[in-house]
Design a protein around this ligand. Structure first.
Ligand SMILES: Cc1c2[nH]c(c1CCC(=O)O)Cc1[nH]c(c(CCC(=O)O)c1C)Cc1[nH]c(c(CCC(=O)O)c1C)Cc1[nH]c(c(C)c1CCC(=O)O)C2
Length: 364
């Protein structure tokens, strides 16, 4: 039976009349209703573990904008915490973790199968969402890719160049690879449990893949993504997998087949025209409007949105940003992007129907 949900149709390789749309970090600080619920929860991690409130913030952008998909509200750093690392967030700065760089610290982490009690609230969030989401909205579960999660566990924080993780590869490859294996195994169990709790699509974020050079890219980004995808497919062949090796550049070409994923998510470092020629021939692509347009808006936003839709019009495409929306974004620009995508029919130089109205309505 053909699925009614446009995202699932695109993920199955179908070209849709207008691309379905959702947005990375669509529940977030740019929305006043998110800030209010986060204040009610106390802090960010408390919000992640409060299933009712996490479901509520997941639903907020769906109510406001009617996105085609909802991504469960959680964070990639909950898994290290479930493995026994300390994780906390410093306001205005970002995450902090206890570090794992020695054999003793690796040994002290829990086995991959022991994460589920800790993560039970996340599975509960998915169950609530399965009941409460509109029928036409697709529910996305996610995890960080092993390399990206490892970069935080090794450095104990976000780093501009992932230097500490690269250094550990050279200084103690056993600890590095042992940690990668542990994260990979735990991630498989975590994602399988998300599917069992109601996730219809899985997305794996390899936000720092771009800093892996040469063989390291294959070994530490692609191989773990392939291993996780294969394990998910073995148990749930019908659940589509989106992978996001951010910063892959020309290495995006051919990745569907290499990883076995249904969709490759593109950052805005590659052009949509290039991706149409070199990536979309392998299957569905997602992306890739620069998230800065959500801050600046106006005609440039409309033009660029239109250009991406047109470039990827001949194949399966899910519209998204190239990275998460930032806290300084204007919620009205999100509406302008959605209206532009939904008014488009592809392959035309004319502005989308209603473009002038949209711009006027939003007072741009
Ligand atoms: C690297 C990474 C993290 N988390 C995530 C990634 C991969 C994607 C990417 O590259 O952005 C993924 C993530 N983080 C969050 C989601 C929820 C779903 C969504 O709406 O996309 C998802 C899918 C919520 C969040 N995760 C975080 C917030 C902001 C926290 C707050 O409300 O204060 C949200 C809404 C915090 C977070 N979480 C992380 C960092 C580095 C930070 C601090 C930076 C920041 O503040 O934006 C780790």
């Amino acid at each position: 039976m053909k699925s009614q949900k446009t995202i699932l149709r695109a993920l199955a390789g179908e070209k849709t009349e207008t691309p379905p749309i959702w947005m990375m970090r669509q529940a977030g600080r740019y929305l006043p209703e998110y800030r209010a619920t986060r204040a009610q929860a106390g802090d960010f991690l408390s919000l992640c573990y409060n299933s009712e409130l996490a479901a509520e913030v997941t639903l907020q952008p769906i109510r406001r904008y009617g996105f085609d998909a909802a991504i469960m509200f959680a964070d990639i750093l909950l898994l290290p915490q479930a493995l026994g690392a300390d994780v906390w967030f410093v306001g205005g700065e970002g995450p902090r973790l206890s570090t794992t760089t020695t054999p003793q610290e690796l040994q002290a982490l829990k086995p991959a199968g022991d994460v589920h009690d800790h993560l039970a609230p996340i599975y509960e969030t998915l169950k609530i969402l399965t009941r409460e989401l509109p029928r036409e909205t697709t529910l996305i579960g996610f995890a960080g890719a092993p390399w990206t999660v490892a970069t935080y566990m090794i450095a104990g924080r976000g780093t501009p160049d992932q230097g500490p993780a690269h250094a550990l590869k050279y200084e103690n490859i056993e600890v590095f690879e042992g940690l990668m294996d542990l994260i990979t195994e735990a991630t498989i169990g975590y994602l399988l449990a998300q599917i069992e709790a109601g996730a219809e699509v899985i997305k794996i974020f390899d936000s720092w893949a771009g800093s892996l050079a040469g063989d390291d890219f294959e070994r530490y980004s692609i191989a773990p993504l392939r291993r996780i995808t294969a394990a998910l497919k073995a148990a749930h062949p019908d659940v589509p997998v989106i992978v996001f090796p951010r910063g892959a550049g020309e290495r995006y070409a051919g990745l569907h087949a290499v990883i076995g994923a249904n969709c490759i998510a593109l950052d805005d470092g590659v052009s949509a025209e290039w991706a149409a020629a070199h990536v979309q021939n392998g299957g569905c692509v997602q992306g890739n409007l620069a998230s800065s347009h959500m801050v600046s808006g106006g005609d440039a936003l409309v033009r660029e949105t239109r250009r991406i839709v047109d470039a990827l019009y001949d194949g399966p495409h899910i519209f998204n940003l190239g990275h998460g929306i930032t806290p300084d974004a204007d919620p009205r620009n999100v509406q302008l992007m959605i209206d532009t995508v939904r008014a488009s029919k592809g392959q035309s130089d004319a502005p989308p129907a209603g473009h002038a109205d949209i711009v006027q309505k939003l007072n741009l």
